[in-house]
Ligand binder design. Structure first.
Ligand code: PRP
Ligand code: URA
Length: 209
């Protein structure tokens, strides 16, 4: 069973609180998303493999630990997942980036796919799927289905806010996937929005409402 990691770091809690506030503007919201992605990504990449490499410092030869040429793919779920990409790329600048486009049907709340473009060698990569909101869990589960159908195997999901309902759906659908959550909220409302949440993450990132 994949692990569920809910962050308790004070910096993350503070920044999530700022993102929740309705008066937080688009510029600050985007900046906070990037900063949280860096903080979360630092932990989510903790088990990347290292190898010993011999190098020469200005003083002498020595052996050091370096990343084992691990190939990483970052896959944001459009649109809102894009808000996490810059932060993750600060940590792993050589990562390839795939995109899965999904939106929730406003009536059924079911995910509707409109785009999927992944690195050709996705089957060989360590994959980080990004989406700020895990509400019903439909979008994350469907995105990971697409990635697995294209050969993806080693998958971690990172989100800002998760509802208990979404965590269960995602864990049941993909028990092999580790889930990193900045804040676990109370529940969904009748329109499947997270409470207390932060509203519509895509609209808040891009100022479309
Ligand atoms: C939001 C969010 C997730 C999805 C979560 O996207 O970014 O992808 O809802 O909800 P779920 O867990 O119930 O599937 P939305 O459909 O609003 O699209 P957008 O990112 O383009 O605004
Ligand atoms: N998508 C969002 O952007 N926010 C929610 O609360 C639920 C789904």
């Amino acid at each position: 069973m994949g692990k569920i990691y809910v962050f308790d770091h004070p910096l993350i809690q503070h920044k999530v609180a700022l993102m929740r506030m309705q008066e937080t503007n688009v510029k600050d919201f985007r900046q906070l998303a990037k900063e949280i992605a860096i903080l979360m990504g630092f932990e989510a990449t903790r088990n990347l493999e290292l190898e010993q490499v011999e190098i020469e410092t200005p003083m002498c030869k020595t052996k050091v630990n370096m990343l084992k040429g691990e190939d990483i793919a970052i896959v944001p779920i459009l649109r809102a997942g894009l808000g996490f990409v810059d932060g993750m790329l600060e940590l792993v600048p050589n990562a390839k980036v795939g995109h899965v486009g999904l939106y929730r049907d406003p009536d059924s709340h079911e995910p509707v796919e409109y785009y999927c473009k992944l690195p050709a060698d996705i089957d060989k990569r360590r994959i980080f799927v990004l989406d700020p909101m895990l509400a019903t869990g439909g979008s994350a589960s469907a995105a990971i289905d697409f990635i697995k159908k294209r050969g993806g195997k080693d998958i971690t999901f990172m989100c800002l806010i998760a509802a208990p309902e979404g965590i269960k759906v995602l864990q049941d659908a993909h028990p092999d996937v580790d889930i990193y959550i900045a804040a676990k909220d109370d529940k969904l409302n009748e329109k499947a929005y997270i409470l207390p949440g932060l509203g519509d993450a895509g609209d808040r990132l891009y100022g479309t409402k």
